[in-house]
Design a protein around this ligand. Structure first.
Ligand code: URA
Ligand code: URA
Length: 268
């Protein structure tokens, strides 16, 4: 891309993303009194099982859930089979509150795979990942590097929406991890893009925050992969909607991803 074209594409990305003025979305009343902080609720101690006994049962059942998840995921040799295995999986309670299983979207033959955190309200309604406001921004981010959903495949760490869009718990993430690992194996992308902090930490197996993970290449590998693949985490579009100033960093990451994609296509 020439410098002029790159500048134009960046400008288009900003304009498409609605960054046309440096204002907050709603009016701010700076004279309003601060919101009162609610009194913390005091939870009565559960009289049953000692803490040690309780932890032991939780651990056993979590182990069992992980074992079941691994076996179910490993047994799936196609994306259809993996979707069926997830639909039949009873190890994650989010399934009960979600309206739909949100499996994947885009082109499963694509060289580029994005993995987000979990479905939001609109994704849950439609059963398709990244179709709400964050998804629309992700589409514009793809467009900014000359790609669309036909040139990428998109999924999430969790296939079910956490109620009220709360963050997934460690147990939920652990239960679903074998499925997204298998999902990545079956798609077999050339480049993996964890989208946002949760996906980056989970897939790269680190506790580091996304601000330290973005801007660099990592190597991603799972049990049944034939070769490791490069992974480049990016900031989450939902975060970029709230913090548009960070779009510049994301643009740099997107350009790196595009260049590596072109290099692979040219070189392989
Ligand atoms: N945020 C995500 O991480 N994934 C979606 O599918 C939608 C919003
Ligand atoms: N926090 C996240 O979890 N993801 C981001 O992309 C930014 C902040």
């Amino acid at each position: 891309m020439s410098e002029d074209n790159a500048a134009l594409a960046l400008l288009k990305f900003y304009v498409d993303a609605g960054v046309d003025e440096a204002l907050d979305e709603g009016p701010i009343d700076r004279l309003a009194p601060p919101e009162p902080t609610p009194e913390p609720a005091i939870m009565p101690e559960a009289p049953t099982a000692t803490p040690q006994a309780r932890r032991a049962t939780e651990l056993t059942s979590r182990d069992e859930i992980t074992r079941n998840a691994r076996a179910a995921a490993a047994g799936a040799d196609t994306l259809e089979a993996l979707r069926d295995a997830l639909a039949a999986f009873e190890g994650c309670a989010l399934k009960k509150t979600a309206a739909n299983l949100v499996f994947g979207d885009g082109n499963p033959d694509a060289a580029l795979m994005f993995v987000g955190e979990a479905p939001g309200a609109e994704e849950d309604r439609q059963g398709v990942p990244f179709v709400g406001p964050a998804g629309k921004l992700l589409d514009r981010m793809l467009a900014a590097i000359g790609l669309d959903r036909d040139a990428a495949y998109i999924s999430n760490i969790l296939p079910w929406r956490p109620p009220g869009n709360r963050s997934p718990t460690d147990a939920e993430t652990a239960a679903c991890l074998p499925f997204i690992e298998r999902h990545i194996e079956l798609v077999g992308p050339k480049i993996l893009v964890p989208v946002g902090g949760t996906a980056a930490k989970t897939l790269l197996g680190t506790t580091r925050g996304i601000m330290r993970l973005r801007g660099r290449w990592f190597t991603y590998e799972s049990l049944h992969m034939t070769a490791p693949i490069p992974a480049r985490p990016i900031l989450h579009p939902a975060y970029l909607l709230r913090t548009p100033a960070q779009k510049r960093e994301t643009w740099m990451d997107l350009l790196e991803i595009r260049a590596r994609l072109d290099g692979d296509e040219g070189g392989a």
